[in-house]
Design a protein. Sequence first.
Length: 489
Amino acid sequence: MPSSANHPLDAYLSTFFPKQFAPVDLRWLLAVVALYALVEYLLAVPAELRHLPKVSPYATIWSYARRESVDSRVRRLILPFARRGEGVVLVYMLGKWGVHILDANLVKTVCQDMERFPKKNYQEHLHFTFLSGPNVVFSNGEMWKRHSASVKAAFDREIPVHRFVTLAHELFDRMGDGGVHRFSDLVQRYTLDVVGTALLGHNFQAMHASEDSFVDHFNRVMSRIATPTRLIFPFLDDWFPRPAVIEDVNALNARYYGLLQMKKKELGLDLLSYLLEDTTLSNEELVSNLAILFSAGHDTTSGALSSLIYHFAKNPEYQRKAREEVLSVLGGRTEPSLQDLSNTTFLNACIKEALRINSPISLLPARWTLEPVTLGKYYIPAQTSLVPNVCAVHQNDNNWPDAQKFDPYRFIDQRQRAAINIPFGTGPRQCVARQFSLFEQRTLVCMMLVNYEWKLPAHSMHARQVKNEFGAFGLSIPHDLDIEFVRRK
């Protein structure tokens, strides 16, 4: 093999560069130029999309490299386009260019018309059979109708407030007389037990789980998938597969499948039983639906609860006012009824404002354009990915004056148009569990206000604003949120 001193490439390069360049320097220079050319090729905007305003792909890549949360990325890179009136903006995401929908009315247009703008499946990007797939969230047409019928049947039943109350007491047993607790972890376990017992007919016992429980396994997989380099350039998973990650994802899917097999032996009046009774669903569809319901059923609600508890800690005057209202409505009782929860006007406004200011779902699942369309003032060609950007709608000062301020009176003193308040999405495919989630939040926070007072601990990483996790699926979930609680007598 030729030495570095007489490499065949050196003679060729020396004809183009001065002799003072060392051969090794020339090869490094060539490598850098080649890498730059490759990146420019990968990041090139398709000709049919070059008329659209765009976010710099290098700024987006740097955001991923820094593990910036999706809400921070939207506020820093995308929100300026919305504030100056752009209804759409081109963003490099998951290895391809897509159009983010920033205008509330355009979001409604895209989400209302299921035929023209069907759902897009993320599985083609992330190369993992996890969350995306043939399920109620990502399927279309007749498949979606079959899936949604079973899911809707489960949520059409009476809201199980008694189940929320029982699990709240278990949570308080863990919290004891107070102290500093990692609330983001505790509330995730609470919401998972709610999903398990109230919807899936299985008690995960997440609040008492040992190491490598369902919730631990799920969190580990979510973290391992969210590798910045692979999110920026997903095709690297084709070139350099990650056997350990694939094995971990498959192991989690196997746990879901095992749960389905157990449930087949004891069907009940729960969502999972309804799915199993549908003989038209394949094993792949059953596992995919269980995975998405497991995730969406607890992760988003736990994120919403963490955000509200955080803002009550930051705004003690609102915490006191909500507590006074709850104590007045309960009239000496410690457990709320369904009717009580409908009468907590101020608390309900606080929940809505927490959902607005830190929407757990910052980006709705992407849609496709099946044919050329015009959105606002821009022509959008067929086969273009559209991402309704909830965070941009909720954080836009043109929609919500002083949008960064937590102000529950937005939902009391004036009626907000539904088009600009979309934490659960909009249109016929908005979250079917929205009422379930809202009453779950009301129940737990109502009981927390009765039993505890709380504040941020000294030197909290969230002192200035809530810091969300870095992730792969457009969720805004407070990261390692510690809260200092004091038990009320």
